[in-house]
Design a binder for this molecule. Structure first.
Ligand SMILES: *Cc1c(COP(=O)(O)O)cnc(C)c1O
Length: 397
């Protein structure tokens, strides 16, 4: 090793704190919240400069042309290592904008997606003539013929919910690109700390920032990231659908991003320990967690992820009713949908995220009544393991 300092790119935590160049006139370490809808100009020439895009600047908040929004997007782009970012009022709003711009020649949705995503693709978008074909992981061999037939957008999550199934981002992106199709990945579960799809060949990254990026269960927001040529056309959809993030949630989210790396790394470590403890507990049939060598997607996860995340799905060795009692007996894990916050949450997919599906469809997707999905928060790991262990006493009660 040489002692000469070599110039190097700053790490992700550093970028999360110093990712924006926007500063106020007083030297505030954090850009104040510009809770304003519009911005005044010295004269018409100055206004036209901004309107025509010759000078970057604030103009109107719904356009996203607000310093708070700019600072948030710059920071997020720096964290992801993406050339361009757009912030939305929710994850669904970000998805809708991608589907509207890039889904019109047909979408292929792989694996289990978020319930709202499945509904939007299956029920609302066909009303606008946007058609989606759904393929499970076991049907991946049909992707090429759908691309051949003209589908131009491949959309998926990895890891998926609640099975934590891992899809090969690089291989799927290669295949899609051979047919001129784009790949958009919902990276909500992994966060940019654990997985950076653009580095693996994907074209667009979508986030529900409501989860790990916000991290405190107090802000609803979304993001799109990718090359400027792909993200810029989506801007007009956001502007005219009116789905831009508002300044106050944008400021909250910008604050949360400063601790993203440290939070997610802590959640990774805690989840790994909890997954191992659950695997060793005889009252648990199966533990689905990408960090466990026993997990079917483990090798692939090792090859494309930097960490395995804070979501674990356990299958209790009991029927669905007993599993509900286990969930009800948890004290630290709150019984709630959602994920990614500082507080741990537990949810039984059959009663929440996948409640609307028929038993046959749940079975086809490998979702059982005794599954409980855990979102590991930031409490002490030993306390979380103790909570799960006492709740599992319901199995033998
Ligand atoms: C929550 C979630 C969404 C939807 O995000 P909202 O911010 O609630 O609109 C989309 N995808 C995944 C994977 C999610 O967990």
């Amino acid at each position: 090793m040489s002692n000469t300092p070599t110039p190097h790119a700053p790490g992700q935590s550093t970028r999360s704190i110093h990712g924006t160049t926007l500063k106020d006139a007083h030297g505030a370490p954090h850009l104040p919240t510009y809770n304003t809808t519009t911005f005044a100009f010295e004269n018409t020439a100055a206004l036209l400069d901004v309107v025509d895009g010759h000078t970057p600047g604030a103009l109107y908040t719904r356009y996203g042309m607000n310093p708070t929004t700019f600072a948030l997007e710059e920071t997020m782009a720096a964290i992801e290592g993406a050339p361009a970012a757009l912030a939305f009022c929710s994850g669904m709003a970000a998805e809708m904008a991608v589907f509207a711009q890039y889904g019109r020649d047909g979408i292929v949705c792989l694996g289990d997606a978020y319930g709202g995503t499945l509904e939007l693709l299956a029920d609302q978008l066909p009303l606008l003539g946007i058609e989606t074909t759904f393929l499970l992981g076991s049907e991946l061999d049909q992707l090429e013929s759908l691309l051949e037939a003209g589908a131009r957008l491949v959309f998926f999550e990895t890891p998926t919910n609640p099975g934590l199934e891992i899809f090969d981002i690089a291989a799927i992106s290669d295949l899609a690109h051979r047919y001129g199709a784009l790949v958009a990945i919902d990276n909500t579960f992994a966060s940019p700390v654990n997985q950076r799809p653009l580095d693996l060949g994907a074209d667009i990254v979508v986030y529900s920032a409501t989860k790990y990026l916000g991290g405190h269960s107090d802000v609803t927001a979304g993001f799109l990231l990718g090359a400027a040529e792909l993200i810029t056309p989506v801007w007009a959809w956001r502007k005219n659908l009116g789905t831009t993030i508002a300044p106050e949630p944008a400021a909250l989210l910008a604050r949360s991003l400063r601790t993203l790396t440290i939070r997610v790394n802590a959640q990774n470590a805690s989840a790994q320990a909890i997954a191992e403890a659950m695997e060793a507990d005889a009252r648990v049939n199966r533990v689905l967690y990408p960090g466990l060598p026993s997990f079917p997607g483990h090798e692939l996860a090792v090859s494309q992820m930097h960490g395995f995340g804070g979501i674990i799905t356990i299958e209790v060795d009991a029927d669905g009713k007993t599993s509900s009692r286990v969930a009800d007996r948890l004290n630290l894990f709150a019984l709630a949908p959602s994920l990614g916050g500082a507080e741990s949450l537990a949810t039984q997919p059959v009663t929440t995220t996948h409640h609307g599906l028929s038993p046959a469809e749940r079975e086809r997707r490998g979702i059982t009544d005794s599954m409980i999905r855990l979102s590991v928060g930031l409490e002490d790991t030993v306390d979380l393991i103790a909570d799960l262990t006492q709740a599992l006493d319901e199995v033998t009660r």
